[in-house]
Design a protein around this ligand. Structure first.
Ligand SMILES: [Zn+2]
Length: 337
């Protein structure tokens, strides 16, 4: 479930950590709040101090994934945690064609008395790594429904960006995560579309908006970025006669070396994506949306794709003009494009 709108302003500094945890941490807003602690330098040092001495090693999609579980109360077994992490890694591998980075570390931090996956934060510095807070009483069923682990892993698949372009990082994660999970059978594809119908209005520009590069609200960062991704996906498919999609552009960026271990200017990354699909959609769309509040007629877009949500249920119109495009986005991309 993806949440309602809220503002990101002031989400910096160590103090946000506690308040973010109290919020429940099952929202991109909460994740964004926790990202504030990345500037506090509190991220990785605790691994050496508090982790159990024997981290688990997973090999998935060509990536070596190290998992350290810190001391603390947790109902979940180690095997259940590793299965959850493995599934997230398989989802990300299904989308990108491989795990985005060669080495990735995860620290699981139990939180006493709580339930659910509470937060995730990912850092590129010192090697790609994430810290995940998990409540003591989290069940395996809750892990199966959770999106945070996959979301964090998606962040490793795009060059590191500064705050101006944070929306592209969160937009890709918001757009790719549910699709990737659906491609391995861990999220219903119908929910992917209903989530987009519910969530994308949060990404539309509001009064005073100055474009994606200059409007750092929660809505524009997560859902504005996701809208950029969907518009790009549709436009790439349109201009390539359905032969290519955003997935091919993102795989192309990765193939050119563009994971989170490099800090490329945004246009360099987008250009690599455009080269991979043979049409300059990403750079053109970025230049159109970066400094201006570009309006999108979501209702017309959904009609074109044959997507309608009635009383929470997805209704598909297979005769809609762009129904084939919607089916193409839904279907797992071949392992080798
Ligand atoms: Zn994120």
């Amino acid at each position: 479930m993806r949440p309602g709108a809220a503002e990101l302003t002031g989400a910096r500094g160590c103090a946000v950590r506690d308040s973010a945890l109290r919020l429940g941490m099952r929202s991109p807003l909460a994740l964004a709040l926790v990202l504030g602690i990345a500037t506090c330098g509190s991220g990785y040092a605790a691994i050496a101090d508090g982790a159990r001495p024997e981290p688990a090693a997973l090999a998935i999609g060509g990536g070596a994934i190290e998992v350290a579980i810190e001391d603390g109360p947790l109902d979940l077994s180690r095997a259940e945690l590793l299965a959850w992490i493995s599934n997230a890694a398989r989802a990300v591998t299904a989308y990108f064609g491989r795990f985005p980075v060669a080495h990735y570390r995860i620290v699981i931090e139990p939180v006493a008395g709580r339930s659910g996956v509470l937060s995730g934060t990912t850092w590129p510095s010192g090697g790609a790594h994430s810290r995940i807070h998990i409540g003591e009483h989290t069940s395996a069923a809750q892990l199966e429904r959770d999106w945070i682990m996959t979301h964090e892993m998606v962040h490793t698949g795009f060059p590191d960006q500064d705050r101006t372009h944070h929306w592209i990082e969160e937009g890709i994660a918001t757009y790719v995560e549910p699709l990737a999970r659906s491609w391995i059978g861990h999220y219903p594809i119908a929910r992917v579309w209903t989530d987009l119908v519910d969530g994308l209005p949060n990404g539309l520009p509001r009064r005073g908006d100055r474009g994606l590069d200059h409007t750092h609200t929660w809505g524009r960062t997560y859902w504005g970025g996701a809208l950029f991704c969907l518009l790009a996906d549709l436009e790439i498919r349109d201009r390539t006669g359905g032969r290519r999609g955003l997935v091919d552009a993102l795989r192309g960026i990765l193939a050119a070396g563009g994971n989170d271990q490099v800090a490329w200017p945004i246009e360099r990354a987008l250009l690599e994506g455009d080269k991979a699909v043979g049409v300059p959609v990403l750079v053109e769309l970025y230049r159109r949306m970066k400094d201006a509040p570009v309006a999108t007629d979501l209702d017309a877009m959904w009609r074109g794709l044959g997507v309608e949500v009635r009383q929470g249920a997805l209704q598909l119109d297979e005769r809609a003009p762009k129904a084939a495009m919607r089916r193409a986005i839904s279907a797992p991309a071949p392992a080798t494009p």
